[in-house]
Write a protein that binds this ligand. Structure first.
Ligand code: ZN
Length: 377
């Protein structure tokens, strides 16, 4: 019998990435996270493939698996691009970073082995870390001891109560902006660089010593309507960086991707209240700080998976994930947790031919547009 999908994802993706990268002429480096292993005892490795001249002034960075369980889609987009054969414009190099959070990729989790959301971890830890002024509203609510299907009512009642009390933008800030104080909480950004941060800072970015311009696609899944692509540029609307991203991928698409009703409510409340959910620890924001002499253009690009009515399922899955780590503390791959892992995959890597066709079709096209834009910069 064929192995279940969730049993093979990371190892298969890693093997395919390595094979295609070498075939397409990349120099490939491997960085092993020796602090952890995969569910089958496999090494957890972030692979870095470099195409083009080492001294390129224009370098396009493209990362997958920042959020582990979203890794299969980003990996597939990277692989689909390489499978077409790699021909680069003069003076441009491409650096593909595969499985930034390899632990989460292999174990089907958003966060790292330390419960850190890697995309809240790109902070300068030599400076004071920001306080999340809204997190205290959810700190106790998320400490659920029962995460079975019956607890969904309690969770949604709390969500409704908090939405009414503090508004959608402040609640989104609490849940999502990142926090650096509750190590057993949500969107925890850590107290020092996680493995994936270290790979980027000490091994990827030093390769850009000659760069004057850098491009970025950090592949994610989740945000955006099911089967559509959502763009989260390196800077907000009205900035030169946003305009450059819009020129690469189309102003209509970058501005007008279809929001879910939950996202629309948050954006409307942000506009009204003036409270913006700023996720300081994201690589897309940190890159310009980490590369002070480089003009950075790009985005987190999300393959949307949101369907109306899925919100409760997603919220409970997040609670289950926390419960697995800090209450159950057992083997997360034990048979009784299979339904949880399958729900997690269905929310972030749906097993659906049409959705996969979006990833394989749009992925390489969006990469090519970024490279063309970078070459013309
Ligand atoms: Zn993500």
């Amino acid at each position: 019998m064929a192995a279940a999908r969730y049993e093979i994802e990371y190892r298969a993706a890693r093997a395919q990435f390595g094979l295609l990268a070498r075939k397409a002429g990349a120099v490939v480096e491997h960085y092993e996270n020796s602090a952890a292993r995969g569910p089958y005892g496999e090494a957890l490795v972030t692979d870095v493939a470099w195409f083009g001249p080492r001294d390129a002034r224009r370098v396009f960075l493209c990362s997958s698996g920042m959020h582990g369980l979203e890794g299969s889609a980003g990996s597939a987009a990277q692989c689909a691009w390489m499978a077409r054969g790699v021909t680069l414009p003069a003076g441009v190099a491409v650096c593909l970073v595969h499985a930034l959070n390899a632990w989460g990729f292999a174990h089907i989790a958003r966060c790292t082995e330390n419960n850190v959301d890697l995309n809240r971890n790109f902070m300068d830890f030599g400076r004071a870390l920001p306080a999340n002024p809204h997190y205290h509203h959810i700190r106790d609510v998320i400490r659920m001891t029962d995460v079975g299907p019956r607890s969904i009512g309690e969770l949604m009642a709390n969500h409704q109560r908090l939405t009414a009390a503090i508004g959608p933008a402040a609640l989104a800030y609490a849940v999502n902006a990142g926090q650096y104080a509750d190590a057993e909480g949500l969107a925890y950004g850590g107290t020092g660089p996680e493995f994936g941060h270290w790979v980027v800072r000490d091994h990827v970015l030093p390769k850009l010593a000659h760069a004057t311009h850098a491009g970025l696609i950090d592949w994610h899944t989740g945000v955006g309507a099911y089967g559509e692509v959502a763009f989260l540029p390196t800077q907000g609307v009205g900035t030169a960086a946003w305009d450059r991203a819009a020129a690469w991928w189309g102003r209509e698409r970058v501005a007008g991707w279809k929001r879910s009703s939950v996202e629309a409510a948050i954006e409307a409340d942000e506009a009204e209240s003036g409270l913006t959910v700023h996720k300081d620890g994201q690589l897309r924001f940190a890159l310009a700080r980490m590369l002070p002499h480089v003009e950075v253009t790009g985005a987190v690009i999300e393959f949307g998976t949101e369907k109306e009515g899925d919100f409760a399922k997603l919220a409970l899955m997040t609670m289950y994930e926390r419960w697995l780590r800090f209450v159950d503390r057992g083997d997360r791959h034990a048979p009784q947790h299979k339904a949880h892992l399958e729900t997690a995959l269905s929310c972030f890597a749906p097993d659906d031919a049409q959705w996969r066709a979006l990833v394989l079709g749009e992925g390489p096209v969006l990469i090519d547009r970024a490279i063309a834009g970078l070459a013309a910069a």
